[in-house]
Design a protein around this ligand. Sequence first.
Ligand code: PLP
Length: 379
Amino acid sequence: MTKPISLIDVRAHQAIIGDQINANIAAVVEHGKWIMGPEVAEFERALEEFVGVEDVHALGCSNGTDALILALQTLGLPPRTAVICPAFTFVATAEAVAALGGIPIFADVEANGFNMSPDSVRQALKVAEAAELPVSGICAVDLFGVPAEYDELHQIAADAGVWVLSDAAQAFGGEYKGSKVGGVATMTTTSFFPAKPLGGYGDGGAVFTTNSDHAEMIRSLRVHGKGSDKYDNVRIGQNARLDTLQAAILLPKLGIFPAELDKRDAIAARYVEGLDGIVGVPSVPVDRRSAWAQFTIITEHRSQMQAALDEQGIGNAVYYPKPLHQQTGYGHYHHESMEMSRTDWLSSRVLSLPMHPYLSNAEVDRVIETIRSAADRAD
Ligand SMILES: *Cc1c(COP(=O)(O)O)cnc(C)c1O
């Protein structure tokens, strides 16, 4: 039996920086400042430097879902106002909106890619108007690592007088028109969940903004709505801090992150070369860079391919088999007049293959061979 290939390897980096991570953990254990210790601020400065956009603030927080909630509270989401978001995403995007009493309106996917279609966002604005539902904002998702079409989304939002939030939980490390994710949208959130491109050893997240008032607001909200200190409570907040230990672990991980992103690019290119014409392969627009959170193919023979991969011990997953407008907890937000054909079409055809920076060429080739021979048998 050949060695299994995991979908995402969350430990392979330890061969390179394991000693540094252990030393950082030991230092936190020693100093004992486990809540908002010095590593948190150090990590935030390192994130700002990485994003490299003037005046950007990085605010660490407890996870990518809380990052969305902090951002929505800061941008302004009055109860029973709507946020347009994609149906083809992880549930947290709409969950954060609904948890604050907002109303998600689901939009369809663009024709060439996996992100929300700007045309569908325009349709959603019309649907909201017809339903007399006030819209507060648009929440785009950089699905599988590719930044959404922000110039067009910002234009649509400016015309409608609403804000844009970027859920970049899968795209930290990506780029849009020369700017790194974190410095592209008005406000950006990300996640350091272990399986994300920049993953910690547990939960973590961050919010990015160039607006210093918004940054102050998030600093307050993440510590119970604190004013001058945490026993001065000037607004209703929550407990949404990033753990010192996670920041200490993420610091050396951020150090090797640029090299990891290059490796992800090379692996994706090898997959594309080996699979183009056999299955639908992802394409990244020339003005963008993907963080390659997932390498997702499109195939009419998904179950046969999954069976072949499983048999070879090759990790694979379907993101997402059930889009949000079909979910039990979220279906009631769906407007029948919203076109969802691309979302529905994709959800029965997408398949994500192993993607992490430490895949060897031989492993990538084994995945390619398995898909190619499954395609031969299916035809
Ligand atoms: C993972 C993810 C989140 C949530 O991040 P957590 O850190 O797990 O809370 C939000 N949105 C998208 C698109 C995600 O993939």
